[in-house]
Structures are given as structure tokens and as C-alpha cells.
Write a protein that binds this ligand. Structure first.
Ligand SMILES: NC(=O)c1ccc[n+]([C@@H]2O[C@H](COP(=O)([O-])OP(=O)(O)OC[C@H]3O[C@@H](n4cnc5c(N)ncnc54)[C@H](O)[C@@H]3O)[C@@H](O)[C@H]2O)c1
Length: 254
């Protein structure tokens, strides 16, 4: 018998970045908890695979092939939901370059996807929840980079710090309507994003992160999805404006 506060039966969730990694794991887990899940991503084949996984397990999923940097695409996709209880704004990209070599176009792209993409999703979700008088939950995806900074992390860390600011600001503005807004700031998680690092660099970073964690390992997408589910459901009914850190206890001293 599942814990009632985690039961999302009858609720609808919208997940960006749902074609892979943490987004896919979150979409699948929210569906397992009973939610109807709208999956959004740039990667159409990946989206179909996520939807198939949900449907094969008996859940309900819809797909939206979109770019989170396009406000109108996000607006239309969110507006197509009959109701909206949960927004999980997870889509993001990695970028690493030293400050002195960072180009305007790098900064613009990372801010567009990792910050504006989250902002658009939060705005459209909050508008719909307010219009439908739904005491919903909005979950944003930050990163451990907001606590530590670190070499190469200017663009990525700045965008994620902006996500934290957005999360706390929006939480303060919509709380009186019963809408909660929280951020997740994971440590190093093994996903297609981290797999894109070349093998040697990845093995090196994984080994370093594992050594720094009291748990002695890096994380899996499903472990971050558990945090997303917790923030999405009634188990976290008195939690808003917070940053939760599924990071294996790692604090990175550069
Ligand atoms: N993996 C980690 O170690 C880690 C750590 C901290 C935070 N994060 C954050 O978690 C989130 C998910 O990361 P992940 O590791 O699962 O990465 P991932 O690359 O596996 O997944 C990201 C997803 O976002 C989608 N996406 C990218 N740009 C998009 C756009 N413009 N429009 C729509 N979809 C787009 C991709 O297609 C992909 O499916 C990101 O925001 C990332 O910054 C990841």
C-alpha cells in the first residue's frame, strides 16, 4: 500500500527535459505515483521512448516536441494540459569554458536554455495553476554548482544561480495561493549529460566525486527523481522556496 501523501492519482504533471537522464527518470516516477505526465523535450525519439516506458507500465503520457527557449511553444504545450498540478522544469545543457575564453554566444545559449527555459515553464505553469485555482507544485532544476562555483562553470553556474533566485522569488509571490516552488540541486549524476564528457575526463571526475562523497559513489538519475517526486507531492506540503541537494553529501572544495 503506497504512502498516501505520495499518491498523485488524478493529478497532471508537465516535465521538461523528459527525453533522457534526470527528466526521464522523473517523468517515469511521477507516472508511477499515478500522475498523467506531459513529457517535453527537443529530442523526439527520446520523448517517444519515455512515453512508451510510462505506457508499458500502465501509466498515461503525452509528448510535446519543443524547444524550451521558445516561449510560445512552452505556452501552447502547457495550455494544452486539461489541468496542471506539477511543473518539473528539468531541461538543461552543460557548458564549460574558462572565464577568459567565454564567448557571448556561449553565455547567451546557456542562459537561454538553463534559465529562460525554466523561467518560461514556471511562468506558464503558475499562470495556469492560478487560473485553475490549483494548489500546485513547481520544481526547478539547479545544480551543486550554485554552492561551489568552480573552474569552467561561469555560464552554467550563473544560469543555475538565476534559477535559484527565480525559485525563491516565485515561491514568495505565489505562496499565498497555495502554490509551492522549490529547486533541486544535484551533485554529480550519471546521465547522458555527464556521459558526453570524454571517457578519461569522466572517469577522473567520477572517481574524484566518489572519493568526496561519504557514500563513496556518484548518483543515479532515479535518485534525483525521488527528490523531484517528494517536492511534487503532498509529502512536502509545508516546503517552499527551498533548495534540496541530492548530492551524496559532496561539498566541493576547489
Ligand atoms: N547530470 C548531472 O550531474 C547534473 C547535476 C546537476 C544538475 N543537473 C541538471 O539536471 C538537468 C537534467 O540533466 P541530465 O544530466 O539529465 O542531462 P541530459 O542531457 O541527460 O538531459 C537533458 C535533457 O534536456 C533536453 N534539452 C536540452 N536543451 C533543450 C531545449 N532547448 N529544449 C528542450 N529540451 C532540451 C535534452 O534533449 C535532454 O533530454 C539539467 O538541468 C542539468 O543541468 C545535472
Amino acid at each position: 500500500m503506497p504512502v498516501k501523501a505520495y499518491d498523485l492519482t488524478g493529478r497532471t504533471a508537465f516535465v521538461t527535459g523528459a527525453a533522457g537522464g534526470i527528466g526521464r527518470a522523473s517523468a517515469v516516477l511521477l507516472a508511477e505515483a499515478g500522475a498523467t505526465v506531459h513529457c517535453a523535450d527537443l529530442d523526439a525519439p527520446g520523448l517517444d521512448e519515455t512515453a512508451r516506458t510510462i505506457k508499458d507500465a500502465g501509466g498515461t503520457a503525452y509528448t510535446h516536441h519543443l524547444d524550451v527557449t521558445d516561449r510560445e511553444q512552452i505556452r501552447r504545450a502547457v495550455a494544452s494540459c486539461e489541468r496542471l498540478d506539477v511543473m518539473a522544469a528539468i531541461a538543461g545543457i552543460m557548458h564549460s569554458s574558462p572565464v577568459l575564453e567565454t564567448r557571448d554566444e556561449d553565455l547567451d545559449r546557456v542562459l537561454a536554455v538553463n534559465f529562460k527555459g525554466v523561467l518560461y515553464a514556471c511562468q506558464e505553469a503558475a499562470r495556469l495553476m492560478l487560473a485553475q485555482q490549483i494548489r500546485g507544485s513547481i520544481v526547478t532544476m539547479a545544480s551543486g554548482a550554485v554552492d561551489t562555483g568552480g573552474p569552467g562553470l561561469l555560464c552554467y553556474g550563473a544560469a543555475k544561480a538565476a534559477v535559484v533566485q527565480l525559485t525563491k522569488t516565485l515561491a514568495g509571490e505565489v505562496g499565498r495561493h497555495g502554490i509551492r516552488v522549490n529547486a533541486v540541486a544535484p551533485g554529480w549524476i550519471r546521465t547522458p549529460m555527464t556521459d558526453r564528457h570524454d571517457t578519461e575526463a569522466q572517469a577522473h571526475t567520477e572517481a574524484r566525486m566518489s572519493r568526496m562523497s561519504p557514500l563513496g559513489r556518484v548518483g543515479e538519475p532515479e535518485e534525483v527523481a525521488q527528490t523531484v517526486l517528494y517536492l511534487a507531492c503532498d509529502a512536502s506540503s509545508f516546503t517552499t522556496g527551498q533548495i534540496l541537494r541530492p548530492n551524496g553529501g559532496v561539498a566541493m572544495p576547489w
